[in-house]
Design a protein around this ligand. Structure first.
Ligand SMILES: Nc1ncnc2c1ncn2[C@@H]1O[C@H](COP(=O)(O)OP(=O)(O)OP(=O)(O)O)[C@@H](O)[C@H]1O
Length: 626
């Protein structure tokens, strides 16, 4: 967004970068080596043969260096980065070692920041606020607010983001967005930074700025690896090492200056009209023979054609001994701190969504007045007793349709942000889920009480505090359970599928909810079991018992016959005479818990499914893939 416009300003912002090298905290050096990495996926369809994405590639990426992974589209760049980051482990063979020892994935996750291609940042927050949240979560309870602020200031200055610190994340330029994605991960000073296509969608100047930042980060002793599409020649010179892939094999591994000799070693001359990097990508694109010839020369990445220039030797000499920082291998913040920080962030975002709040207030007010008007004054009228049943049903339907769709539509986007932050170990899933569960409660309670208050009053229901409270609790619990169901749907499906599934769920819930009402006690027992699937039914029964049970006779305006003078007659005809308010509320509460549990497990599965080794779970994941 706005990338071109921000360019000149960014150049000015970024200039002092190189002069800052001496003042920045050192990080322990981490070298990553991989040998004979193979990765296959099983495509959808039970009989589909495994598809090989990476074939026995090897290589080594060192600390203090900026490495680029390049290659034609579909060559396996992102896949290699995902595997190196530990984001994908299932279906991978070969070895990955860190500083000469086999990679311990748990330890590695804590040292590594992975900035994925889709730089989704939480909305409705300023750059500064987002950085402070990151600092609170990543630096932990033992670091004072002042120190956190200092760290944030230093990083914003280093990455040239000072001028937009009060700008909301949705309004910053594309280049600033990329740098902010890096900035939030830098607060705990990770020694390894992996970036997937950090320059995509940026103009040349913005690309230059980003790569300048990465160069500085590498110069401070970090291992910085990024996948990149064909960068401009000026930018290309900034990479210390390049790793070219084609069709899942390594066709070049080494410094830029050695590409031409490498091509020449298999009899390919790079024309003067091409840059070597462009040409190697072009000749290997779709040309398996050429790719395998080039790959053989460097043993599929095992050999490194590094021109050991003076510049390179000096860099290693300066930064090789940066071993001072001790890594914290636990979450730096406690469960409750994580919850409080996340909850405060969610409430801040909610409170800033003025349009959303106004719309919800409007829709609830309209619904309340509409329901109240449609069923106006029926509360104590024996001839309108059935109307009271429809009133309860309508209130329940309102809460279902209002609270089912919103999470089903909004959560698929949220989960992408969660994926990035969770993978980079900002917080645990439990405090996050607790915060998500409670985030909407204040608004839900306020608007829910408003609807019940207005409708209860306009329909002239009994003026009894207990009855009113029971009725209100029923409405609110239905809303909470339904929101949980929407969250479960949003956690499993993408927006398009989620909307379909949510609508498809709502229809049978309503049908089963009203089935048999009016038959009295003649409903078949198997149907009673099936009807129990509809949690809405428990809500309707609870609402009816709240209003009708243990109540005096209705007003009867008909002289001779008044069928529903006794409220129990209504309950009897609906098959609710022996219904217990507390048991129905308990059932509703159990459903609310089950829906949240499903949502939690679905989110956990989505976050960790890559670590699974089961083919079946892979297959299910594939079906549900977004
Ligand atoms: N889960 C998967 N199922 C099937 N094919 C896959 C899967 N993951 C990756 N691939 C295939 O593997 C190949 C490499 O994908 P990858 O995303 O790593 O390429 P890339 O080099 O990063 O491409 P681009 O530059 O276009 O992003 C592609 O052909 C892709 O379709």
């Amino acid at each position: 967004m706005h990338s071109a416009g921000a360019s000149t300003e960014n150049v000015r912002e970024m200039r002092p970068l190189k002069r800052q090298r001496t003042t920045i905290v050192k990080t322990p050096p981490v070298d990553i080596e991989f040998q004979d990495l193979e990765y296959s996926v099983r495509e959808a369809g039970f009989r589909a043969a495994p598809k090989k994405i990476l074939s026995s590639v090897s290589g080594k990426f060192s600390s203090g260096e900026l490495t680029a992974i390049l290659g034609p589209s579909g060559s396996g760049k992102t896949t290699l980065l995902n595997i190196l980051a530990g984001y994908v482990t299932s279906g991978v063979t070969g070895t990955i070692s860190v500083n000469g020892k086999p990679r311990d994935l748990k330890r590695f996750h804590k040292m590594c920041a992975y900035i994925m291609q889709e730089d989704l940042l939480p909305q409705l927050m300023t750059v500064d606020e987002l950085m402070i949240v990151a600092a609170k979560l990543k630096l932990g309870d033992n670091v004072s607010a002042e120190q956190q602020r200092e760290t944030v200031n230093g990083i914003l200055k280093m990455l040239g983001l000072e001028s937009c610190r009060q700008t909301r994340t949705e309004a910053i330029s594309g280049g600033q967005r990329k740098r902010l994605s890096v900035a939030v991960e830098l607060v705990n000073n990770p020694p390894i930074i992996l970036l997937d296509e950090p320059t995509s969608g940026l103009d040349t100047v913005a690309v230059n700025n980003c790569i300048d930042v990465f160069e500085v980060l590498a110069a401070q002793g970090r291992t910085v690896i990024c996948t990149i599409h064909q960068p401009p020649a000026s930018v290309f010179q900034k990479f210390h090492q390049t790793y070219f892939l084609a069709d899942g094999i390594c066709v070049y591994n080494g410094t830029i200056s050695e590409i031409v000799p490498h091509l020449a070693s298999v009899g390919i001359t790079c024309p003067v009209t091409y840059t070597p990097s462009e040409y190697i990508i072009e000749v290997t694109h779709g040309n398996k023979e050429c790719s395998s010839a080039l790959s053989q020369v460097i043993h599929n990445g095992k050999s490194n054609r590094k021109g050991m220039s003076d510049q390179y030797i000096t860099r290693r000499g300066v930064y090789e001994d940066t071993t001072e920082v001790k890594l914290n291998f636990n979450f730096p913040t406690s469960f409750w701190s994580q919850f409080c920080i996340l909850y405060a962030r969610m409430l801040l975002q909610l409170s800033r969504n003025k349009a959303g709040i106004s719309l919800q207030l409007f829709s609830h007010s309209v619904a309340a007045v509409l329901l109240g008007t449609l069923f106006f004054g029926i509360g104590n009228n024996a001839e309108m007793a059935l109307g009271n049943f429809f009133f309860c049903l309508a209130v329940c339907m309102f809460f279902i349709f209002t609270y089912l769709m919103t999470p089903a539509i909004t959560y698929p986007t949220e989960i992408k942000i969660l994926k990035r932050e969770y993978f980079n170990r900002w917080y645990g899933l439990k405090p996050y889920f607790l915060a998500v569960t409670l985030q909407n409660v204040p608004l839900l309670l306020t608007l829910g009480i408003l609807v019940i208050l207005v409708t209860y009053g306009l329909t002239y229901q009994p003026v009894e505090v207990t009855r009113f409270c029971y009725f209100m609790l029923t409405g609110i619990l239905i809303a909470i359970a339904t929101e949980g169901l929407g969250l479960a749907v949003g956690s499993i499906f993408n927006v398009a599928n989620g909307t379909v599934v949510a609508s498809a769920i709502a229809a049978p819930l309503v049908i089963l909810c009203v089935y048999g009402m009016g038959y009295g006690s003649t409903i078949e027992s198997y149907m009673k079991v099936i009807m129990g699937i509809s949690y809405v039914r428990f809500g309707v029964v609870a609402a009816m018992t709240a209003i009708f049970q243990d109540r005096g006779p209705f007003d009867c305006f008909h002289e001779y016959y008044c069928h529903y003078k006794d409220p129990n007659q209504m309950l009897k005809d609906l098959g609710m005479l022996d219904a217990s308010y507390s048991i129905n509320m308990l059932a509703l509460g159990i459903y609310a818990l089950i829906f949240r549990l499903i949502a939690f497990l679905a989110i956990r599965y989505r976050l960790t499914s890559q670590f699974s080794t089961s083919t079946i779970s892979n297959y299910v994941n594939k079906i549900l893939e977004h």
